[in-house]
Design a binder for this molecule. Structure first.
Ligand code: SAM
Ligand code: SF4
Length: 322
């Protein structure tokens, strides 16, 4: 198992398949996507080499992310290649859900196990204002279809000022009858969103305390669980999780590494730079690639240093997938 100098084990790969996106989320790409890197994106066979290398190092779970992964027509090929790699037990996709009803059957057929869909609000008008697309009913329809196919669904919601309480009530209402896990993510500062962050960041702990006071109970975590904390409640079919990157111990349970769509290894979401593995990846030699990754892991720092306002080279999370 790939282990760093701080005793953390990495069984989870987040592989970005594109940095492009069709949405304009206010904290990520408020002015829409503009290409900042013209390097080619990994092809399905190259993505398969990456997954093989990581699997040989003990990785068991692969998440395909972006940008918006559904913009790639060959995503089912990448899902299938990941799922058929010996050692990989679970393949997940994180998506904005824009195309979900049209594509979910193909993703499922390709071997998708888990889907994370980003919905920051259940109010259709607010959803349109947050993302630039008036399509919440379609996203929800896609989620229903995914569930009916047996795909595990999680919903990511970034906590934002201004109506946070109203949005929480609507989510709670929905979770009574909907067996999905909603994960509140604390807004993170990136290179591009300084002002937005200053006026919108909400600490997750306050919401978490309120839920505990209302009978939500922490679900015991497995030893290799990542930084999310999950709660359940006997009156609700759904669960609620929290991802609070500004909490003190957040990085102690880091279990993931990231590869950008251009084949760079990012030891942290907020690293100063990625380690360019494109040449090794294109040779198709997953053994040599694994050796390079094993050597690089020694450089992984103990923390993201977000609390000290260090955001590294990450201008926005569409560059790498969050
Ligand atoms: N486009 C896909 C989506 O939105 O699900 C995948 C990529 S997106 C970068 C992955 C996740 O990062 C989304 O759930 C999004 O809400 C979250 N995200 C983006 N920017 C963020 C920020 N500054 N702070 C916290 N979460 C962020
Ligand atoms: Fe696109 Fe996802 Fe960023 Fe929204 S959060 S702009 S959907 S990459």
């Amino acid at each position: 198992m790939l282990t760093d100098n701080h005793g953390r084990r990495f069984y989870y790969l987040r592989l970005s398949v594109t940095d492009a996106c069709n949405f304009r989320c206010s904290y990520c790409l408020p002015d829409g996507y503009r290409a900042m890197d013209n390097a080619p994106h990994l092809k399905p066979a190259e993505a398969a080499t990456v997954v093989r290398a990581f699997a040989s190092l003990g990785t068991r779970k692969v998440r395909l992310t972006g940008g918006e992964p559904s913009l790639r027509a060959d995503l089912p090929e990448i899902i299938a290649a990941s799922k058929s790699t010996p050692g990989i037990h679970r393949v997940a996709v994180t998506s904005n859900g824009y195309k979900l009803p049209r594509v979910i059957d193909r993703w499922h057929d390709a071997g998708l196990d888990q889907l994370n869909i980003s919905i920051d609000t259940l109010d259709a008008g607010e959803f349109a204002a947050f993302t630039g697309h008036d399509c919440l009913p379609r996203v929800l329809k896609g989620i229903e279809r995914a569930r009916s196919l047996g795909v595990e669904v999680k919903v990511n919601a970034v906590l934002l000022q201004g109506g946070a309480d109203r949005r929480l009530r609507a989510f709670l209402h929905w979770l009574r009858e909907t067996p999905v896990t909603l994960r509140f993510i604390e807004l993170m500062r990136t290179g591009d969103n300084r002002d937005f962050f200053a006026s919108n960041h909400v600490r997750g702990e306050a919401v978490e305390r309120e839920l505990v006071e209302n009978g939500w109970q922490l679900v015991p975590r497995s030893e290799d669980a990542g930084p999310a904390r999950e709660y359940s409640h006997p009156d609700y079919l759904g669960r609620i999780g929290f991802i609070t990157p500004y909490s003190e111990d957040f990085c102690n349970s880091c279990n993931r590494l990231r590869i950008s769509a251009q084949g760079r290894l990012h030891l942290c979401l907020f690293s100063e730079h990625g380690i360019d593995l494109y040449r090794e990846i294109t040779t198709g030699n997953s053994i040599a690639l694994a050796e390079r990754i094993r050597r690089a892991i020694g450089e992984k720092e103990p923390s993201h240093y977000l609390q000290q306002d260090r955001v590294g080279a990450t201008r926005n999370l569409s560059m790498l997938g969050g």
